[in-house]
Design a protein around this ligand. Structure first.
Ligand code: XLS
Ligand code: NI
Ligand code: NI
Length: 436
């Protein structure tokens, strides 16, 4: 029985279309800057929000109407859910998906039983991947929901929590490999602290690094060649997450000799929680050679938590795409919609509206960014703004040939600096608007 009987395959109808179940901008085989839209984005649907999100919030239970669910936590129900998920992704036309181990199969009474449940459901996922050609962007282990992880997983004060988490990640790496996953994600979950009075931060950070090294070693052992990613987030659930932002993660990875094995999975709403723009986080990761993948969503300006809304803002996606084009794209990463429909949007069809809108918003952003780059005005402005570094004293500083004494002699002779060019922020903001 079909889960979405009233929905046909979503097709491109063009910007004039008023059909809410058609793409206005996303045409998967349209070529922009030498690459198809499909390859630029590598769109991915998340299993957790889209197929496990109930709409529950701290003030009330779930609201979602999901007719393919039988209301139990059985393996049978989990398998039916996989079929519904692949029907959804097939109709949507998303080439990838992502999941946590605990999203797809129920926990059993023991670790062994839990692993067995997972294997049973993974067999169906594999079948569905083969049937549809949809691929796995990344797998990850949920190391934060179960009460055993109340103090964290690899950073727990309880060594047994570390051991359990290791067993879980070991299994999840095997499953990700089995499904041909092209990345594997670590998001910190409860790796952080609420209060330093009870926390040995140094010891916890050392343990987290040990854990990541063990994962890297095991991946090598089993021949898993996907890219490891770490996903920065500054707070929630803990007050201070260790992976707080791109710069902190890169410092951490470098300090613990992990930078060769990891890149970053940058999430929009996490960037804003960290007090940064998405553009800032992407550029930081990009110029450090650590731009791996993105979790595409958006927060709410009025709310200070991870609301995980679908992106609908062309400015945002144009900025994101400017950076992705600048650094040559994301592959093997992708644009993963770590986003959920609102609690009030409880019908299955809302899942389509949300994703169609997100994909279209990115497609429009790509076209805007490509136009801006083709015109070249922004680049030319930045180049000219730094012109003083291209010759003379600037070039000498950059090449390392001018020391402090030489610089003093230069300035004593010159007297003072000449007024520089204006930053022209307002002009450039207006320029950006011309492309909207
Ligand atoms: C939570 C994170 C999470 C990761 C996967 O805020 O975004 O969903 O993407 O564990
Ligand atoms: Ni995320
Ligand atoms: Ni998030």
């Amino acid at each position: 029985m079909a889960a979405f009987p009233d929905v046909e395959k979503i097709v491109y109808e063009g910007p004039e279309s008023k059909n809410p179940l058609a793409f206005r901008w996303y045409r998967e085989d349209e070529v922009v800057e030498g690459k198809t839209m499909k390859d630029h984005f590598r769109f991915s649907v998340v299993y957790w929000h889209t197929f496990r999100g109930t709409g529950a919030d701290p003030f009330g239970p779930g609201t979602m109407y999901r007719p393919w669910e039988d209301g139990t936590d059985s393996v049978e129900n989990a398998k039916n859910r996989v079929r519904a998920a692949f029907e959804f992704m097939e109709k949507l036309g998303s080439p990838y998906y992502a999941f946590h181990d605990r999203d797809v199969a129920p926990e059993g009474a023991s670790l062994a039983e839990t692993n067995k449940n997972l294997d049973e459901v993974v067999a169906v996922m594999k079948e569905e991947q083969q049937r549809t050609g949809i691929k796995l962007l990344w797998g990850t282990a949920n190391l934060f929901s179960n009460p055993r992880y109340m103090h964290g997983a690899s950073t727990s004060c309880n060594a047994d929590a570390f051991a359990f988490a290791a067993a879980q990640v070991k299994k999840c790496l095997e499953v990700t490999k089995e499904l041909g996953g092209v990345n594997y994600v670590f998001w910190g979950g409860r790796e952080g602290y609420q209060n330093l009075l009870n926390t040995d931060m140094k010891r916890e950070l050392d343990h987290m690094a040990r854990f990541m090294h063990l994962a890297v070693d095991y991946a090598k052992e089993i021949g898993f060649t996907g890219q490891f990613l770490i996903e920065p987030k500054p707070k929630e659930p803990t007050k201070h997450q260790y992976d707080s932002d791109a710069a902190a993660c890169i410092n951490y990875l470098r300090a613990y000799d992990l930078l060769d094995h990891f890149k970053l999975n940058i999430e929009t709403n996490h960037a804003t929680l960290a007090g940064h723009t998405m553009m800032h986080e992407l550029d930081y990761a990009g110029h450090q050679g650590a731009l791996g993948s993105i979790d595409a969503n958006t927060g709410d300006l009025m709310l200070g938590w991870d609301t995980d809304q679908f992106p609908t803002n062309y400015y945002l996606t144009a900025e994101v795409m400017l950076i992705l084009l600048k650094y040559g794209g994301l592959a093997p990463g992708g644009v993963n919609f770590d986003a959920k429909v609102r609690r009030e949007s409880f019908e299955p069809i809302d899942l389509f509206h949300a994703h169609v809108g997100g994909m279209d918003t990115f497609a429009r952003g790509l076209k805007i960014a490509a136009e801006i780059r083709a015109e070249g005005e922004l680049d030319a402005f930045v180049k000219q703004r730094y012109g003083s570094w291209d010759a003379g004293i600037g070039a000498e500083i950059e090449s390392g040939s001018a020391d402090f004494e030489a610089l003093e002699a230069y300035m004593l002779q010159k007297g003072d600096i000449e007024p520089n060019v204006s930053g022209r922020q307002e002009m450039l903001e207006n320029l950006f608007n011309r492309y909207m």
